[in-house]
Design a protein around this ligand. Structure first.
Ligand SMILES: *Cc1c(COP(=O)(O)O)cnc(C)c1O
Length: 369
């Protein structure tokens, strides 16, 4: 191999799309912020997610933070979330001065365990619960939403890796009180820069978020809501996302097909594959669990396969916020030492998938890839 197979390729995903037309449309309109492209994208994305409203924002982390603020989460309030999801939810929680309460994950899906959540709710009453659909895998969101609903605690879905993941005819973002998305270029729906959004069925939260993304204004220059800022998706990115949204289901199907081929190729190997390759998994990342990860990664690198680790450090062990008596999260901590991501992206060729499969089998001394 002259070039290593990448983990993701924006060039391949965007191949064949006309990204000049939407860009030119915005230039010709001479309107760059909060215009027709943004309002049209918001309508189209809300419809895609099966929610009544979408408020676009500058990025996915703002979606989480402003989402929590819209739900009245403030300084000192406990917020429950998993600790294996890249610190994004924790960034939002800490930005508010709220207190993260980490819940261990399910060993099958590596998403928040509904059982553990139920137990922890007997000890602490959080102001909100953040559920991350990690790697593109829908969490046990129906159970979690039911448990939270009984206790009247709002649920924030972190859908930054799960655009379009569906179960029982419902899509990611439509199960909770709000759903938060990122359109960072590597996400399943990616802009040509930063972008984010919150979807919701609540007219009240819709209004609140529109105020929060624009300085807390009720009307121009009248600040009615505290905690506001400037967090807007621009017209260029909205126009690009409108061009790309109609292709999202096709791209997700392509990602899922690659994941399925990997799962089949690795079924007899001593490693752990993603639990689902159905509609509830949009294969944002194809993540294996393996002991002796470093040697495995070095072997694959030698064989022209790029890998990465999502994520190596659990949130409660991050240096900036680690507490000496950090909570014990056995499943989370074990997973952080074992997870490794393989290339899985739209536009990846059959030959490349075969090459990766072969290299993985070769590592285990299996020649018949
Ligand atoms: C990417 C990501 C985010 C943050 O999105 P940004 O747009 O980069 O701020 C939040 N949560 C998860 C799970 C993500 O993967």
């Amino acid at each position: 191999m002259d070039h290593a197979i990448p983990l993701f390729s924006a060039e391949r995903v965007n191949a064949g799309l006309d990204l000049n037309a939407p860009t030119q449309r915005v230039i010709a309109s001479h309107w760059y912020v909060l215009g027709n492209e943004v309002s049209s994208f918001e309508q189209e994305f809300a419809a895609y997610c099966c929610t009544s409203a979408c408020v676009s924002l500058a990025n996915g982390t703002d979606a989480l933070e402003l989402g929590l603020r819209a739900l009245d989460v403030g300084a000192g309030d406990p917020v429950m979330l998993a600790a294996n999801a890249g610190f994004y939810g924790s960034t939002a929680v800490h930005a508010i001065g709220a207190t993260p309460v980490y819940i261990d994950v399910d060993p099958e899906t590596l998403t928040m365990s509904a059982e553990t959540l139920r137990e922890e709710l007997r000890k602490v009453r959080p102001k909100a619960i953040i559920v991350t659909h990690l790697y593109g895998q829908l969490a046990d969101i129906e159970s979690i939403a039911a448990i939270a609903g009984e206790a009247k605690i709002p649920v924030v879905e972190d859908c930054a890796q799960s655009h379009g993941a569906a179960r029982g005819g419902r899509r990611a973002g439509s199960f909770g009180t709000i759903g938060c998305f990122s359109f960072y270029p590597t996400k399943n729906l990616g802009a040509l820069g930063d972008g984010g959004a919150v979807v919701t069925n609540s007219a009240e939260l819709d209004t609140r978020l529109r105020q929060l993304r624009q300085y807390g204004w009720r009307t121009k220059y009248h600040v009615d809501v505290s905690g506001g800022r400037n967090s807007r998706l621009d017209e260029m990115q909205a126009a690009i996302l409108r061009e790309k949204l109609p292709h999202l289901d096709r791209w997700n199907a392509e990602r899922r097909r690659i994941a399925r081929r990997y799962n089949e190729a690795f079924s007899d190997l001593p490693l752990r594959c993603p639990a689902s390759v159905g509609d509830d998994y949009v294969a944002h990342l194809y993540v294996l669990r393996i002991s002796g990860r470093d040697a495995f990664r070095a072997f694959l690198k030698e064989h022209g396969v790029t890998t990465d680790v999502h994520y190596p450090v659990p949130d409660h062990h991050q240096a900036a916020y680690a507490s000496p008596a950090g909570s014990r999260l056995p499943v989370t901590e074990a997973a952080c030492g074992e997870v490794v991501s393989l290339p899985c992206f739209p536009g990846m060729t059959d030959k490349e998938v075969e090459h990766v499969s072969h290299a993985v089998r070769l590592y285990f001394g299996e020649q018949n890839a």
